[in-house]
Design a protein around this ligand. Structure first.
Ligand code: PLP
Length: 385
């Protein structure tokens, strides 16, 4: 196995390490309590009880009923089940989403037979409530807008969009379902589904110091989700397949451990990084909103520098960052999110995403801010720009 020389991890939006309490909660379920939750013997019933407990914790966190929580194998799967599950039985349906959604939302919509309106965003990456309302048609069945963007950290007015959709629904026979992908929001923002006025909400384990390969979907009672997978009847038949008991318990422990009091500390570090880069490195611009921004997100374009070169140079100094969302960074295309907020291809290619987390320290930030200007200067000299 390759040795990991990374000293400073500043890519928490890509993934997070599992917390100690999460690992401790998971281990027994992989070893002595390994039963299949569908088995009727005691070992199986213990596993079922562990899942019930996990469901109770996630439901409590979201302010939902236990029966409204489905565990999935990822947030990608939860998004697919939510969107395709609503659209499955609809004919000539219309959906409203935004151009900066995660691929886990855009791709199932692209491959559906529904008519899809992709709302633009303003230069800060914000979806306007009025724009959602303007696009609603008689055959609109679904609105899906993410809570916070994974690349630029913009926080969307979910509560307001949800309230507006709810008002429209009062006079409609066929109700519009409102989904939000809250994967990036969960660490920092309030997630009570009734306050947010959402019908469907997606979360992911590995973004919140839980394990990878597990997610959860809130499905409001009364919303019909047709299965997109077929098999036995686990997770109310919406997500058949033997439950990943350990991962589900790990996710619920991660939810229980969420530390809201991290927000202020993280925001301070974020602002220090943004202010220092913008004031000390010439020809830089902040991407996304200054105010409506996740406490841990920094996304900056550096004129005349390739984001990839920056990433590699920082990596050589033991600092892990990203050029966009981890899922998009295997492609060399410029980020569609950055293009959507009005960046040129060159500006989008010259961007860096730094995301902070629970373990980020002042000292790590000092080192990053010491190395970055030197690297940018060196790369600019090489490229002659
Ligand atoms: N949605 C958003 C907003 C994300 O940031 C991600 C991961 O980057 C996903 C969905 C996919 O999550 P998962 O890796 O659990 O499939």
């Amino acid at each position: 196995m390759k040795k990991n020389k990374q000293k400073i991890y500043l890519d928490y939006a890509s993934t997070t390490p599992a917390g100690e309490s999460v690992v401790s909660a998971m281990i027994p379920l992989l070893q002595k309590d390994f039963g299949n939750p569908s088995s009727l013997h005691a070992l199986g019933q213990d596993a079922l009880y562990a899942i019930d407990e996990a469901r109770r914790k996630v439901a409590e966190f979201l302010g939902a009923k236990e029966s409204e929580i489905i565990f999935t194998s990822s947030a990608t799967e939860a998004d697919n089940i939510a969107l395709s599950g609503v659209l499955q039985k609809e004919k000539k349906a219309h959906v409203i989403t935004s151009v900066i959604e995660h691929k886990a939302v855009l791709e199932p919509l692209n491959s559906s037979s529904a008519e899809v309106t992709y709302l633009p965003v303003n230069k800060e990456g914000v979806v306007k409530v009025e724009d959602v309302l303007k696009e609603i048609r008689e055959n609109t069945v679904l609105v899906s807008i993410m809570y916070a963007n994974s690349e630029i950290g913009t926080i969307q007015p979910i509560k307001e969009i949800g309230a507006a959709v709810k008002r429209i629904n009062e006079n409609r026979k066929k109700k519009i379902v409102f989904h939000t992908d809250a994967v990036q929001a969960v660490n920092y923002l309030p997630c009570k589904v009734n306050d947010l006025n959402v019908d469907l909400l997606t979360i992911s384990g590995h973004k919140i110091y839980g394990p990878k390969g597990v997610g959860a979907l809130f499905i409001r009672q009364g919303i019909e989700i047709s299965p997109i997978f077929y098999g036995a009847k686990q997770e109310r038949g919406v997500r058949p397949g033997t439950e990943n008991t350990a991962a589900i318990v790990g996710l619920s422990q991660a939810v229980e451990d969420l530390q809201k009091n991290m927000t202020e500390k993280t925001e301070k570090l974020r602002d220090r990084i943004i202010d220092t880069i913008l004031s000390e490195i010439p020809q830089t611009r902040l991407n996304g909103s200054r105010e409506r921004r996740l406490p841990n997100n920094i996304n900056i374009s550096f004129k005349g520098v390739e984001g990839e070169s920056l990433l590699i140079a920082l990596d050589q100094k033991g600092i892990a960052v990203s050029t966009g969302s981890a899922c998009a960074s295997r492609s060399l295309l410029p980020s569609y999110v950055l293009l959507a907020i009005g960046l040129s291809h060159e500006e989008a290619h010259g961007s860096l995403r730094v995301t902070l987390g629970r373990m980020t320290t002042e000292k790590e930030v000092d080192y990053f801010l010491e190395q970055l200007p030197l690297i940018v200067e060196r790369l600019r000299k090489i490229s002659g720009k």
